[in-house]
Design a protein around this ligand. Structure first.
Ligand code: NAP
Length: 300
């Protein structure tokens, strides 16, 4: 198969990039090994995507997909296995084909690390969350547990402390990994209770909502929600040894250009401080714009 722009990953970043590129007149193939939508498919309700009101992540994913398809994007279910560049042509092999493209937009996303304890999967979307901005407002005035000790756990514990009645911050060591300034703010907040040197053994509830967490100390901590921030893993394995990565995340400039001319990155796989649907879609639009400039420069 051949196209002008190949997009790898069909989450919000990839579908936005694909839609913008197709609308600019390019032939575009967008591939994903799963259903289009990326992490949107796991969000119970999203109410902060500008202009869209409140809807399920699934409905928003469907709307992204339909719009991209209406612009002429060819969406294929296949998994990218390798990437090389011969002259100015990228060759991406997949589990079912090889695709030649003038430019590639890499938007493969990231996966939240999970604790792996009993109850975590069962209560996902019913009190277990990996996104404070997405789900925090559903727990106004409630008791909220936060797990982790990095910048995300500290930043989001502070955010959740403004929404919830109290926040129980559970960390497996006696010191935080996150920035000192954030640690100071966490300690100064009146309603963040620290549970150091503890991990979570199980997340418990009545099948519909979370009611408590059992800790390694033996305590049963009452809580209405468990926000888990124990790091994320970028889906960047394909680019190892091909493009510059930092801690596994793809390094880009402000135009989403990677260290390889003609290769762009967008969304959660990118080295970026804020990961939201709207920022992913914005990255995708910018990547498409830069890919357009790049392809035009090949003709000069
Ligand atoms: P992170 O820095 O990797 O921290 C993950 C935290 O989770 C660590 O405290 C770790 O404990 C803990 N953890 C890992 N696996 C665990 C497990 N199985 N059980 C219990 N705890 C576990 O991840 P992050 O906080 O998501 O941050 C990711 C990157 O984004 C970092 O580079 C961070 O600086 C950046 N970031 C920056 C900002 C900001 O600048 N405002 C905000 C958010 C994120 P240990 O400490 O014991 O390893």
């Amino acid at each position: 198969m051949e196209c002008d722009v190949l997009v790898i990953g069909c989450g919000p970043a990839g579908l936005a990039a694909a839609g913008y590129s197709a609308r600019a007149g390019y032939s575009v193939i967008a591939i994903d090994s799963l259903a289009p939508g990326g992490q949107l498919l796991y969000i119970h309700e999203i109410e902060n995507y500008p202009g869209a009101g409140s809807m399920s992540g699934y409905a928003l994913a469907e709307s992204f997909e339909k719009q991209a398809a209406s612009f002429g994007v060819r969406i294929e279910f296949m998994e990218a296995k390798s990437i090389t560049k011969e002259g100015s042509t990228f060759i991406v092999t997949t589990d079912s084909d090889a695709i030649r493209a003038k430019a590639v937009i890499f938007a493969s996303g990231a996966r939240h690390r999970h604790l792996g304890c009993p109850g975590e999967e069962e209560y996902q979307g019913k009190g277990v969350s990996y996104c404070a901005t997405c789900d925090g407002p559903f727990f106004k005035g409630k008791s909220i547990a936060v797990v982790g000790g990095g910048d995300t756990a500290l930043t989001d514990a502070l955010y959740l402390s403004r929404i919830g009645r109290e926040v129980h911050l559970i960390h497996r060591r006696d010191e935080f990994r996150g920035q000192k300034a954030l640690q100071d703010r966490v300690r100064a907040a009146g309603n963040i209770i620290l549970h150091m040197n503890r991990n979570v053994l199980s997340i418990n509830g009545n099948g519909k909502t979370v009611s408590s967490l059992t800790l390694t100390s033996g305590e049963e901590l009452p809580a209405d929600a468990a926000f888990i921030f124990v790091g994320i893993t970028p889906n960047s394995e394909l680019l190892e040894g091909f493009a510059e990565l930092s801690g596994g995340f793809v390094v880009t400039d402000s135009g989403m250009r990677t260290s390889v001319p003609g290769l762009f990155a967008a969304g959660d796989v990118r080295d970026t401080p804020f990961r939201q649907v709207v920022t992913a879609a914005g990255d995708g639009a910018l990547a498409a714009h830069s890919a357009d400039e790049y392809i035009q420069s090949l003709k000069a």
